[in-house]
Design a protein around this ligand. Structure first.
Ligand code: ADP
Length: 346
């Protein structure tokens, strides 16, 4: 079991280039799945490649269990990296591909054979060991790549957008397989993705990166309920930001005087509420309620997005289509921002 400490990692590609990653620090817990989430180009792969030893950081340190791995050659780090392009060896059979790492370790042929069969079973490819990779579907090839990475039982597994090239239903299947194998084998894993849903489903912990910086690190639900700043809340789909002043007893804004939970920051600031947490068509006795004009409705299939306006503010609500049908554009609706769903940003 290995804990990864990344400390103040900075990487510049070129002497005078802006840093692709800047002062990035986190601890990936032993045996857990840590997901690095962020838009394309924010520096996720740079972090992973630095751990694998494919690139050298400009600054900072990376430690496995308190020991710096920067002086260690990539092949001796016990970290295996898997990319979205699985790059199987085309002239080797599926079994030979999977057993490759063990052959490099000079393990006995019979042992390799046994371990390959066991791994084939684990990734649900039983009986396909003699096929050539070209005789497999994209999803099956990806499983071979996963099996090849896992069979050497690395201390650290690094997965760089491994599901990106798969179509929707294969993505889900592969996602579940990765999750269950990771759980079963308890390999410390860093998983990189730009997909928010994938990150939330897979991650024991999430690290959100924007523009080369770590913006928030924590449990998936914290990113919805307790986003640290405006950019985190926005990345996670909130469009509702109301500015005002929190006196402790009450948040005074142009919208209404709202009650907040006691652990919210005091003073001048911005509150946010997720669109799915706003209650609509409530009685005037409901907490934090006020009237708003329904400006527009957009049907999204499983949900409907409602656009509301007051004299001073605009906000959005997600509700079920049945409920939305009862409301008309141009209608005044009594709305509630429940206390437990309001969060003050830093
Ligand atoms: P992500 O994985 O989030 O898409 P990357 O880590 O691949 O982001 O890239 C971060 C930034 O570093 C991007 O601006 C990218 O263009 C730049 N970059 C990545 N690799 C290189 C390289 N080998 N040379 C120069 N710039 C690079």
């Amino acid at each position: 079991m290995t804990e990864i400490h990344i400390e103040n990692l900075t990487k510049r590609y070129g002497k005078n280039a802006d840093p692709a990653v800047e002062s990035f620090s986190l601890i990936a817990e032993s045996g857990k799945m840590t997901v690095i989430l962020g838009p394309s180009g924010c520096g996720k792969s740079t972090v992973l490649k630095s751990i694998a030893g494919l690139i050298s950081p400009s600054n900072g340190d990376i430690r496995f269990d308190k020991k710096s791995i920067l002086p260690v050659r990539p092949e001796n780090r016990s970290a295996v990296m898997m990319f979205q392009d699985h790059l199987l060896f085309p002239y080797m059979s599926v079994g030979e591909n999977i057993g490759f790492g063990l052959k490099m370790q000079k393990r006995a042929k019979s042992e390799i054979h046994q371990l390959v069969l066991k791994m084939l079973d684990r990734v649900q490819l039983k009986g396909l060991q003699d096929r050539s990779p070209s005789e497999l579907s994209g999803g099956q090839q990806q499983r071979v790549a996963l099996a090849r990475a896992l069979i050497v039982e690395p201390d650290v597994l690094l997965l760089d957008e491994p599901l990106s090239n798969l179509d929707a239903h294969l993505r889900l299947e592969m996602r579940d397989l990765i999750r269950s194998l990771q759980h079963e084998m308890q390999i410390t894993t860093l998983f990189v993705t730009h997909d928010q849903e994938e990150a939330v489903v897979l991650g024991d912990k999430l690290a959100l990166m924007l523009n080369g910086n770590l913006r928030q690190f924590g449990k998936p639900e914290d990113f919805y309920n307790r986003p640290e700043d405006h950019s985190v809340a926005k990345f996670f789909g909130s469009q509702n930001f109301i500015s005002g002043v929190n006196s402790g007893n009450c948040f005074t804004s142009s919208l209404s005087n709202l009650q907040l939970l006691p652990d919210c920051n005091r003073g001048k600031g911005t509150i946010t509420i997720r669109p799915e947490n706003v209650l609509i068509d409530v009685p005037t006795s409901a907490e934090n309620n006020f009237p708003a004009l329904l400006v527009k409705k957009t049907y999204l299939g499983t949900q409907t997005r409602l656009y509301f306006a007051t004299e001073s503010e605009r906000f959005e609500v997600l509700t079920n289509p049945g409920k939305a049908l009862l409301l008309k554009e141009g209608q005044k609706v009594q709305v509630s921002f429940p206390k437990q769903s309001l969060w003050m940003l830093t």
